[in-house]
Design a protein around this ligand. Sequence first.
Ligand code: GDP
Ligand code: MN
Length: 384
Amino acid sequence: MRAPRIVMVKLAEWQGKKVFAKYGVPLPRGDVARTPDEAEGLVRAGKVPLPCVVKAQVLAGGRGKGGAVRFASTPAEVRAAARAILGLDFKGERVKELLLEEKLPIGRELYVAMALDRSQRLPLLMASAQGGVEIESVPDSQIDRQTVDPFPGLTGYEKRRAAAALGLTAAPARSLDRILESLWRIFQEEDAELVEINPLAIVGDGLVALDAKVIIEDDAAFRHPEFAEVRDDRTELEEIAREKEIAFVQLDGNIGVIANGAGLTMATLDVLKELGGAPGVFLDLGGTDDPKKVTEAFLLMARAKPASVFLNIFGGVTRCDTVAKGLVEAMRDVPESERFPLVARIRGNNEKEGTEILRAAGVTSVPDLRESAQAAVDAARGRS
Ligand code: GDP
Ligand code: MN
């Protein structure tokens, strides 16, 4: 079982830079390689000028400090750097792709980002003269923050204030102006929830984006099939669930939870935790009582190998008896070696019939929430 994660469409640096290019953000010249051969080939063919930077394409930050960004000035050094970085396990992610870019003579490193401020429910423009390090380590007082009203969009005033915060005037300030305009357009038109440039480097009297971090709002992912191949960190079972349109999430613990509706599902996890249990998978049946769907969901649950499963269903729209029927059918399909104790609590519409179906199949069915949750916790403890 796995740690919880938030599903978001996070673009790798090179993908983010492709978006940047489309909106006119100045970038170093570069290209992607997947093997040391390819990397060396790029510089030999002059597609990436030397000296260059070889960068691991992983989603985690802190690559600079972590040895996942290297410099090379000959084709042999490029090959060596590529070999050293490819296959690295960087903060739990295997490096499969590299971005090679010309190494620019850079001056100060700045930070700019357009993010979503969820508490104020507005886009937020952030700017800091302390770029090049992870923004979390920059003191709050060193970060200028301005909310942006989406209707007029980013205004001249806001851009000038950001320039001042970054200590830019004249040509670099004009370069910033255009970059912020692009940042704003990307944020809007690509449905981003974060567009971050760190560092935005001073090169001559202009600015160049050395890094790109773009996160697309996952509710808008359907509008962006161009990012469809982007991997996220779903587990294999979560991936299967997604294809079947089943809400299924794997956590750290060993108790499986099947409930219906996000509210009841979350409350069920809380009760199990309060009783000393560790929820390991949860599955939200939503409004489904289609026995076929219930069966599929249940079989998926079985594959996660929970120590016990707690079924907590409230029958409103959903009928308890059809859910129960689906479950009993599914249980027959679970291979002997993957069976687990099942504790059920089903209340509401057709509760009596549902309970009878379950009891007849040998499932413990307890109407009280705490009692039934406790039974699931005890059953899991007995097995692990
Ligand atoms: P991160 O640490 O994962 O955010 O990776 P970055 O892409 O931000 O790179 C880390 C650091 O490498 C930057 O802060 C720069 O100091 C340096 N760097 C990256 N690209 C270049 C480049 O083209 N020229 C120079 N001189 N330094 C670079
Ligand atoms: Mn960076």
